[in-house]
Design a protein around this ligand. Sequence first.
Ligand SMILES: [Zn+2]
Length: 168
Amino acid sequence: MVQDDGAPAWPKKWWVVRFVSEPFLTREEWRAYLNALPARYTRKELEALRPPVKCEICGGAPSPENPLQAAHRIPFAKGIQHLALTPRFLNSPDNLRWAHSRVCNQAFELKRLDLVVKHLQTEGIMRLPRFLPTEVLRARDSLVSGNGVARARTASGPRRDGAARRRG
Ligand SMILES: [Zn+2]
């Protein structure tokens, strides 16, 4: 876009979008989203992958009283606010299903922090950003077992050092 006097209205796009395969926001991005959540285009994104034909939770057909919604496994707002997950990760196909707005949508959602952290681990995401609140990091630590960290937890000595090194 060029103005009448020949000067460009805005510089050309000079930034690089960072979210492509990265599940977590940077601390600065996270802080910004705590002030205002990003817009979500969940339905549009899922529709682009497959049309809403039947409920992917119960297999039933939609009805006017119980239409299909694009449902998140890891809730969108909580995933950003408590776990600093990127909007792109939260709207990725693995995290979305068509679900009846009544019951099935709720049934699909992981409602507790520990369930979400466990789910992330099954996806191979073992580390959480260090800037997250202690409660969140603790939920993650309490799930780590069988690799020495859980054993260290039962000892009275400090375990934060070992856990912190492990998270790197
Ligand atoms: Zn259903």
